[in-house]
Design a binder for this molecule. Structure first.
Ligand code: SF4
Length: 295
């Protein structure tokens, strides 16, 4: 039986760079704090915690001073930078350059518009760290909509400037754009920006092909990963025998029946390669044991 790891799955460059920065800083053996989970993957967070990374929340951050703090790839709103300055925090800013650029675009839009005439709309997951960072660029005025059903929250009498969280699905973003176009009057300005991350959109198509090419698929990702949800749904859409697991402990070996010809292991942009390898090794050990018992 073939057991294959998807070579395109695993950390995107934003997450890879943030983790690289954390590992580099940890070598200096000084305390290093990380504001929020460095990646939406508990197992990888635990690995870094074992190396000395101390994850804190925003409340703890506000009470911290004279310390070194890493900002993860999701980015932070301007208010967090202000707090850092006030509290003499040394920053290791690992905000992904793609997110940083999106923050700047939204900020420039906000500075150059009349709020009584227009609105910034962000298609994203309410409360998600990246989205909080984006909304912060507008002094909290941007409207966040999570899906097409929330479209009524948009004020259609005002101009609309639309952006997407980087990890949203490009097809649902396009659907939203089309629906807004159908609703607006000719005298209303509607500008939408293509801000879905290329790392994410390219993977969706690829992961569909990968999942379709195997009889059984284990999709490895943390349950909190927004990108994980998108990519897992892609696997499910082409292969109903796709299972979302967080690590090797979640592998249900009773699914590996004799009719299974091949098993695919894939994951999100927040899934470490070593974790997928661990899952593959676990399956191979199980198969060796099963076949040994048969012989
Ligand atoms: S998914 Fe894209 S935008 Fe988000 S951290 Fe990764 S590279 Fe950056």
């Amino acid at each position: 039986m073939k057991v294959e790891i998807d070579q395109e799955s695993g950390f995107c460059f934003g997450v890879l760079s943030a983790i690289g920065k954390a590992e580099e800083e940890l070598k200096q053996e000084e305390p290093l704090y990380c504001l929020g989970d460095i990646v939406h993957n508990d197992i990888e967070c635990q690995r870094l915690s074992d190396m000395g990374l101390c994850t804190i929340n925003h409340e703890q951050f506000a009470n911290l001073s004279n310390a070194k703090v890493l900002f993860r790839a999701h980015g932070e709103p301007p208010s967090t930078y202000k707090t850092a300055k006030l509290n003499n925090i040394t920053l290791v800013d690992a905000t992904c350059p793609v997110v940083l650029k999106l923050q700047q675009r939204i900020h420039n839009q906000y500075l150059n518009m009349d709020i009584s005439q227009g609105q910034i709309v962000i298609f994203g997951q309410r409360g998600h760290a990246e989205v909080l960072g984006l909304v912060g660029q507008t002094d909290g005025t941007a409207l966040v909509i999570e899906n097409i059903d929330e479209i009524e929250q948009i004020d259609f009498s005002k101009n609309i400037y639309l952006y997407s969280q980087t990890t949203k699905s490009a097809s649902s973003y396009n659907k939203l754009i089309e629906t807004i176009k159908e609703r607006i009057d000719k005298n209303i300005e509607f500008i939408h920006h293509n801000t879905v991350c290329g790392q994410v959109s390219r993977r969706r198509e690829h992961i569909r092909e990968f999942a379709a090419s195997h009889s059984l698929v284990f999709f490895v990702a943390g349950k909190k990963s927004s990108n994980g949800k998108v990519l897992y749904n892609e696997c499910l859409s082409v292969n109903p025998h796709s299972y979302h697991i967080e690590g090797k402990e979640d592998i249900d070996t009773s699914l590996i029946i004799d009719s299974v010809e091949s098993i695919g292991i894939c994951g999100a942009t927040s899934t470490p390669k070593w974790l997928m390898e661990e899952c593959r090794n676990h399956i191979i050990d199980y198969l060796d044991c099963k076949n040994g018992n048969k012989n």
